[in-house]
Design a protein around this ligand. Structure first.
Ligand code: PGA
Length: 246
């Protein structure tokens, strides 16, 4: 059982239409009544749904975030791109950056660092995803990878108060697999130690579901969860939140 403040972040990826938003009524009334002031629920839908969701959630404590943004803080002739200021303008409070699905299509730590700086300047809170691939894990490179992702992505940033880390082993995302609890605990501890005395929130992400949450919640160092697939079903999402506190 936990009694600490926890984050529950729903990453909808490229799923969802206006109609889908109706299914959130359940989560809204749940959040109105469940452990207020003990948790943050943040929905990160596709960009197309940020504004309508923001309006829907106006009276609720649930917040809205984006899934990525362009690194430029200024407006520019960049067809198809959206910057952090534009996300803030339509109601986003958070932005997920460095997700492995975007790293796999070419985003590196240097680019992610630029995106983080731009987002913080725009007043967004950043959820920075880090994590090793299966190959890196097998080659015992996990710490090395986490270290360089933290160092390079956060280079030049001194104030971490608006940064949350989401530790998401790449091999655990969407696979149904989660790390062994001992390994996970060590990796979370390793990340937290990197920040020394500056306390930072570290979430876990990767195949979180209504079963494994009973084990994951035992790791008291974890400050919350970044949830993909299971967050698209309001019942499953609520179930995970409830079980975290049971
Ligand atoms: P998953 O996704 O829960 O579907 O594994 C997590 C994520 O990619 O953030």
């Amino acid at each position: 059982m936990t009694n600490k403040y926890m984050y529950f972040i729903a990453n909808w990826k490229m799923f969802g239409t206006l109609k889908t938003l109706n299914s959130l009524k359940k989560v809204i009334s749940f959040s109105d009544n469940f452990k207020k002031n003990k948790l943050s629920i943040i929905y990160c839908p596709p960009t197309t749904l940020i504004r309508p969701l923001f309006k829907k959630l106006k009276k609720s404590s649930i917040e809205v975030g984006a899934q990525n943004c362009h690194e430029s803080k200024s407006y520019a002739s960049l067809t198809g791109q959206i910057n952090s200021g534009m996300l803030k303008d339509i109601g986003a409070k958070y932005v997920i950056l460095g997700h492995s699905e975007n790293r796999q299509t070419g985003e590196d730590n240097i680019l992610i660092n630029k995106k983080i700086k731009s987002s913080l300047k725009s007043g967004l809170k950043v959820i920075l995803c880090i994590g090793e691939t299966l190959k890196e894990k097998k080659n015992n490179k996990t710490n090395k990878v986490l270290n360089s992702q933290i160092k390079d992505c956060l280079s030049g940033i001194k104030n971490y108060s608006n940064v949350i880390i989401a530790y998401e082993p790449v091999w655990a995302i969407g696979t149904g697999k989660i790390p062994k609890l001992d390994n996970l605990k060590n990796n979370i501890l390793y990340i937290k130690k990197k920040f020394k005395k500056k306390s930072i929130k570290v979430l876990y992400g990767g195949s979180v579901n209504g079963k494994n949450i009973n084990d994951l919640k035992k790791i008291s160092l974890i400050d919350g969860f970044l949830i993909g697939g299971e967050s698209r079903d309001p019942n499953k999402f609520i179930d995970i939140i409830k079980k975290t506190y049971n």
